[in-house]
Design a protein around this ligand. Structure first.
Ligand code: GDP
Ligand code: GDP
Length: 494
């Protein structure tokens, strides 16, 4: 296929120690050979080619790390970086450090950037690094005052937010626009596992995969709920020995299945019983195994027992899924035993599950019988739709305006909202600037999340909505990136 093949040159700019080389290595899927702990250690300028996968297409990039070029002073160094970006970059990443906060040197960097006229010629993306966990999202409010748009949060060290960053680069460079132009001229075609890459896992270590990877689906649930039976049913053959006697399944192996015509990798956690003889031991192991499976997966299917109802352990596993930020489907298994039960309709069962596991209220519920191999014909389509909705990125303008409008519908404590934007997609994370976060009544937050789902879906996926104190800004950030992307399209191809 005749896809755009020119290499997009990305230059990383930032004061010493914000994590430029860590990000550089992470974006190339490399070990951190050149990272140092001492600020200002001189190293050679680095330039390396890489191939990313965005929307199922190869996105060829050239990464340039100019950090520590050896200028005699900070000002010289930054000026070197900016000049490199001016002469070579299609996209400039300006890196900051969330943990040190915004310091005067960062403002100097941005000042030099603006004085050079770079943002008018090259697409610029603000990247706040060292946001290692969600709790750090509240450290970033200052960085919005710099006038950069977009501003993304990442953790170069842990791989957090890498997919969003690549996507933003693809967007800013015009690569996505070219893709859709190409596509418009071609026959519509199916895309496989669109937009999923290794780095979707927060701790996605290791090199960038050669091809878009197959979505990974974790089959979770407490012992005896029917995980092995379900995996066998999905595989259409016996892979593991299942038996009513606890302790008969062996260690788990990932298996490839085709559902709804598309490939998936099943990660199952059956087979942990063998390793422990005691009840307590089984539970501990089950927690560890569940955690490991979640880390490696994109979507979880949590099996519940239609015969026995929701137990404490189910609630615990459900809580772990919510915490992990993975998308989830609830499957009530052994439904064959209830089919004739007039008292226990799917509606009653679903409302019981919702009652006990309200925190997973966004998860679709399916009724299945692993034993009779019924009820999971739609797994494939459902997973596909969930992953599709999960990828959504809401533009800052649209989201801010939407928040303001919704806050007139319900807002008991009269909170005032300023800039609001999506900082990540794994899971979808939104940060809203508000005059006083204490004024965001819990019912208002709930209203936002419900309305957000009504408007944008995000079926099966947790949404993080954070409120931080911010000031009013006269205007919303303009579409600087798009302007720059347009400008660069006119530049000669490298
Ligand atoms: P550079 O001078 O901008 O190239 O920064 P380096 O990549 O050398 O990183 C400076 C320090 O920050 C090193 O000690 C890194 O381990 C650390 N670092 C980089 N990225 C992260 C991150 O995402 N989280 C945390 N906590 N530390 C990071
Ligand atoms: P695991 O520990 O979660 O892997 O559970 P297994 O797959 O080993 O199943 C435990 C027991 O539940 C076995 O006796 C299965 O035959 C039974 N079982 C699994 N799925 C179903 C189902 O859909 N209906 C019924 N009635 N029994 C089931």
């Amino acid at each position: 296929m005749n896809m755009p093949q020119k290499r997009t040159t990305i230059v990383v700019i930032g004061r010493p120690n914000v994590g430029k080389s860590t990000l550089f290595n992470r974006l190339l899927g490399k070990r951190r050979a050149l990272v140092h702990d001492k600020p200002g250690v001189t190293r050679d300028r680095l330039e390396e080619k890489g191939d990313w996968w965005v929307r199922g297409h190869r996105f060829p990039v050239l990464l340039v790390d100019t950090g520590g070029l050896g200028g005699d002073s900070f000002i010289e160094e930054i000026s070197d970086q900016v000049n490199t970006a001016l002469s070579e970059a299609d996209v400039a990443l300006v890196l900051f450090d969330a943990q040190s906060g915004l310091i005067p040197h960062d403002r100097d960097v941005v000042r030099q950037l603006n004085e050079s006229g770079l943002p008018r010629k090259v697409a610029v993306i603000g990247v706040v690094n060292k946001v290692d966990a969600e709790v750090h999202e509240n450290l970033i409010s200052d960085f919005f005052s710099l006038g950069l748009d977009p501003v993304l949060t990442v953790s170069a060290e842990h791989g957090r937010g890498m997919d969003d960053l690549k996507h933003a680069i693809a967007e800013a460079s015009g690569f996505l626009a070219e893709l859709s132009e190409e596509r418009a001229q071609q026959e519509p075609r199916e895309e496989s596992s669109e937009g999923i890459s290794e780095q979707d896992s927060p701790d996605g270590e290791g090199p960038e995969p050669e091809t878009p990877i197959v979505p990974r689906v974790a089959i979770l649930g407490r012992p005896n709920v029917g995980k092995s039976t379900l995996v066998n049913a999905l595989l259409g053959r016996e892979r593991m020995i299942t038996s009513p006697i606890a302790g008969t399944t062996t260690d788990s192996v990932d298996s490839e299945v085709t559902m709804g015509g598309k490939p998936y990798l099943l990660i199952d956690t059956a087979g942990i019983r063998r390793k422990s003889k005691t009840e307590k031991g089984v539970e501990v192991l089950s927690v560890v195994q569940t955690k490991k499976a979640l880390e490696r997966s994109h979507v979880a299917i949590l099996l519940l027992d239609g015969e026995e109802g929701v137990s404490d352990q189910d609630e615990k596993i459900g809580g772990m899924i919510e915490e992990s930020g993975r998308s989830v489907i609830l499957a009530i298994n052994k439904w064959d035993t209830q089919r004739k039960n007039q008292e226990f309709t799917p509606k009653i069962a679903a409302s019981l599950v919702r009652q006990k596991m309200g925190y997973l209220n966004y998860a679709p519920i399916l009724f299945v019988s692993a034993k009779e191999r019924r009820g999971f014909d739609d797994f494939g389509d459902l997973i596909n739709e969930i992953l599709h909705q999960r990828k959504l990125k809401i533009p800052t303008h649209e989201f801010t305006e939407w928040v303001r409008k919704e806050s007139t519908v319900h807002n008991p404590m009269n909170a005032k909202f300023f800039l609001c934007h999506q900082t990540g997609r794994n899971p979808p994370t939104f940060v809203c600037h508000v005059n006083d976060p204490e004024k965001v009544h819990f019912s208002l937050k709930r209203h936002f999340i419900n309305a957000l789902r009504e408007r944008w879906g995000y079926m099966g996926t947790p949404i993080r909505l954070l409120f931080i104190e911010g000031k009013n800004r006269k205007s919303l950030p303009g579409s600087g990136v798009k302007r720059a992307a347009k400008a660069r399209k006119k530049k000669p191809t490298r």
